[in-house]
Design a protein around this ligand. Structure first.
Ligand SMILES: Cc1cc2nc3c(=O)[nH]c(=O)nc-3n(C[C@H](O)[C@H](O)[C@H](O)COP(=O)(O)OP(=O)(O)OC[C@H]3O[C@@H](n4cnc5c(N)ncnc54)[C@H](O)[C@@H]3O)c2cc1C
Length: 332
């Protein structure tokens, strides 16, 4: 049952449209629904952590399957009259009156006073044969998500750039057996500080490109280096777990189309936002991995919550100010 308090029937008009139904979007929609705001949530149904069987580190939901977490979230959001649709937003415009028109792949166009972009990001893995198939299982990117589960095993770290040194050092908190495969890095690209820290952490450094990951009986057992001598003739290294930093591609298409300011980071271009998630475009918000790289599920949910609550306040005061300007009452 819908119990939002809007008095005006705008047909396909919503007070807020949320694009993306991961933790960030659902959390924004939950607050908006509970604040009795006419809200639509559009979700294409491809959350970032789909490859992982379990979601770790979310207080009170540690270890829950990601799909179950989202299903519970959708159920909770629907209780408050939020309309949930499985579709993809393919275009958005901002009219002269400041409202948004959002076009969905299914052909529907909806209008919104506020638009939340919670579309997440896409992980692009290096093209090493066998790597993608093991992502989220024993090819991992984030020790906070999976480190505990694989603790004390034989780790490899596949370098994809200079920031991989940080990853190689970080994972030593979870295993003392770490080999750093330079892959896309040359030895000359390691700074003296890098070398000193890697040595102090007991990380073995192996130059040369990784040609493939070795998978036997359904699990990763090692990596094979491209032929030749860089590793002193050894081409296969037994490893149980391989950490790799994928290239993050934030899904910022809608934000770009609407002219939101972006800031370049080593992990992609993200929108300039204030502490509530408001972009440089009035009424346009971003939350979760669409707004920043380092968002675990709990942070994404928190970002969405903040944006949702802020939108409710903005709507309330905009309507009150309009009523005051018109010399009347906002609600009768
Ligand atoms: C393998 C793996 C394991 C992980 N494990 C953990 C973990 O254990 N713990 C943890 O805290 N974090 C984990 N993470 C990180 C976690 O996935 C992210 O923190 C989280 O998904 C971010 O939530 P989000 O709502 O911003 O984006 P997402 O969860 O990615 O949700 C975005 C949603 O928006 C939809 N969407 C995108 N574009 C459109 C569009 N145009 N129209 C409509 N819908 C659209 C997508 O289909 C998707 O459903 C993991 C990540 C990976 C890759």
């Amino acid at each position: 049952m819908t119990e939002n308090k809007s008095t005006e029937d705008k047909g396909e008009g919503y007070e807020a449209v949320v694009v993306g139904g991961g933790a960030a979007g659902l959390s924004a929609a939950l607050v908006l629904g509970r604040a009795r705001r006419r809200t639509l949530l559009v979700d294409a149904g491809e959350p970032r952590n789909t490859p992982a069987a379990h979601m770790q580190g979310f207080l009170s939901r540690d270890g829950m399957p990601p799909a179950e977490f989202l299903a519970v979230g959708r159920e909770e959001v629907a209780r408050y009259g939020v309309e949930l649709v499985r579709d993809r937003a393919v275009d958005a415009v901002r009219d002269a009156d400041g409202e948004f028109g959002v076009t969905l792949a299914g052909g529907r166009t909806v209008r919104a006073r506020h638009l939340v972009v919670a579309t997440g990001l896409k992980d692009e893995l290096p093209s090493v044969p066998g790597l993608a198939e093991r992502f989220g299982r024993d090819v991992l990117h984030c020790p906070y998500c999976h480190g505990w589960e694989v603790r004390d095993r034989a780790f490899g770290v596949l370098a994809t750039g200079p920031q991989s040194v940080h990853q190689a050092l970080m994972v030593t908190q979870w295993s003392e057996d770490v080999t750093f495969f330079l892959h896309e890095l040359t030895e000359a690209e390691l700074s003296d500080d890098d070398r000193r820290r890697l040595a102090a952490a007991g990380v073995r450094v192996v130059p040369g490109r990784v040609a493939e990951v070795v998978v036997e009986a359904g699990r990763l057992t090692g990596v094979r280096l491209a032929g030749g001598a860089p590793s002193g003739g050894v081409t296969a290294h037994a490893r149980e777990v391989l950490f790799v930093a994928p290239r993050a591609v934030p899904r910022t298409g809608l934000l770009r189309r609407l002219g939101a300011g972006l800031r370049e980071t080593p992990f992609g271009a993200y929108p300039v936002i204030d502490e509530r998630g408001l972009t440089t475009v009035p009424g346009l918000w971003a939350a979760g991995n669409a707004s920043g790289f380092a968002e675990q599920v709990i942070n994404a949910a928190s970002r969405g919550y903040r944006a949702g609550a802020a939108i409710n306040g903005e709507l309330l005061f905009a309507d009150l100010d309009a009523a005051v300007a018109a010399g009347g009452a906002a609600r009768v």
